[in-house]
Ligand binder design. Structure first.
Ligand code: HEC
Ligand code: HEC
Length: 320
């Protein structure tokens, strides 16, 4: 059924006299996925998929999976749920996505996948059969994950106990459930590309940039979009309306509301503690529990150094 709904880019381009209906659909799909960022640093080149495992390490992979928050989206919230066996409901204004089972079960998980399939999913947002993933899966950030790190993640996921939990179908409202619309969205807005270190900046700041943008996918919530859903690189990490329609804070050094020092930022990102005793909103609490709170001291220090190095972007006047 799904494959019947898939269109390829060539046939789309052939129909380039896109009628009004298509234009409306395009706007709709773009709006739906307006929370999925186009990575700021990308070359526009499709990254080569390497299949040679570069000394993969399960332990490093386990750490990377934390830095990238894989578990939160791929584990049901119910008590005693099996890690990575899927079932987590991810609510968006357009419907509910369910993180799939990514344990190595041959039927319900990714047990029959190769490293190449895994790489293609993370880097290009494509299923082994070539269909496109919804950008609720943040491959727009993961496209920047290095070859070495993809190989380590793969080693880790292959080492997990397989679990048979069947996947739940996404509950998405019409017309957003059509996977082929994602083809159009990717074609317009997704530029796969490797992370590029900035030679002008220290290795620490570059490490922080990698943690923030490739693994941590912080931009998914902290970079606002324009009305057509394109990531606003002029407002990179500068906050604004988030994917859930709530305001997300500015992470650049111009942050007006809270001028936290490094120690306070460190406390917040490692444990959720704030100087005034506030509890962070749930979206961020989860990021802290699953991801930033699991980083090594050095990595968290690098991440903070990177945030400090960003160009200061003052708050924008609120749009209605
Ligand atoms: C913000 C939530 C989120 C995070 C974080 C996330 N995923 Fe996912 N992932 C999803 C969703 C949703 C899908 C399903 C997308 C679809 O069906 O189009 C998915 C799909 C996948 C798939 C494809 C599974 C299949 O059966 O086709 C793989 C593999 C995967 N994710 C691995 C990972 C890894 C590895 C990480 C961490 C590096 C990760 N994910 C982090 C939400 C997430
Ligand atoms: C799923 C959405 C989401 C993601 C992903 C996310 N954040 Fe947040 N973040 C939020 C929200 C919402 C708040 C506001 C929390 C509050 O005010 O209680 C926040 C608050 C913060 C704050 C406090 C800023 C302030 O002035 O109050 C920092 C620092 C922060 N996030 C850093 C990060 C970093 C670093 C990452 C990536 C590792 C990240 N966030 C990923 C949603 C997100």
């Amino acid at each position: 059924m799904r494959s019947l709904l898939r269109l390829d880019i060539t046939s789309l381009r052939a129909k380039a006299g896109l009628g009004l209906i298509t234009a409306v659909l395009l706007t709709a799909i773009v709006t739906v996925f307006s929370h999925a960022a186009t990575p700021q640093q990308n070359t526009g080149l499709t990254p080569a998929i390497t299949t040679d495992a570069l000394s993969p390490s399960i332990a490093r992979g386990a750490y990377l999976a934390k830095a990238a928050g894989c578990q939160g989206c791929h584990t049901d919230k119910a008590e005693g749920a099996i890690p990575f066996a899927g079932g987590r409901a991810l609510k968006t204004p357009f419907g509910t996505f369910y993180g799939p089972n990514i344990t190595p079960d041959p039927q319900n998980g990714i047990g029959q996948w190769s490293l190449q399939d895994f790489t293609r999913a993370l880097r290009l947002g494509q299923r082994p059969d070539g269909a496109h993933y919804f950008p609720a899966f943040p491959y727009t950030s993961f496209t920047q994950i290095s070859d070495n790190d993809v190989a380590d993640l793969w080693a880790y996921f292959k080492s997990l106990p397989p679990n048979k939990r069947a996947n739940s179908a996404h509950e998405i409202s019409f017309p957003f459930q059509f996977r082929f619309l994602v083809t159009i969205w990717q074609w317009l807005y997704f530029k796969p590309g490797a992370f590029e270190a900035n030679p002008q900046l220290s290795p620490e700041i570059n490490r922080g940039a990698y943690l923030t943008n490739a693994l941590g996918h912080c931009t998914e919530c902290h970079t606002p979009r324009n009305r057509l859903g394109a990531s606003r690189n002029d407002r990179f990490l500068a906050g604004g309306m988030g994917p859930e329609g709530k305001n997300v804070p500015n992470l650049t050094p111009a942050r007006l509301k809270k001028q936290w020092n490094d120690a306070e930022l460190n406390d917040f990102l490692s444990s959720g503690q704030t100087p005034d005793g506030d509890v962070p909103a749930e979206a961020m609490r989860e990021v802290i529990n699953n991801s930033t709170g699991q980083l090594t001291k050095e990595d968290l220090k690098a991440l903070i150094a990177y945030l400090r190095s960003l160009p200061a972007l003052p708050e924008e006047k609120k749009e209605k």
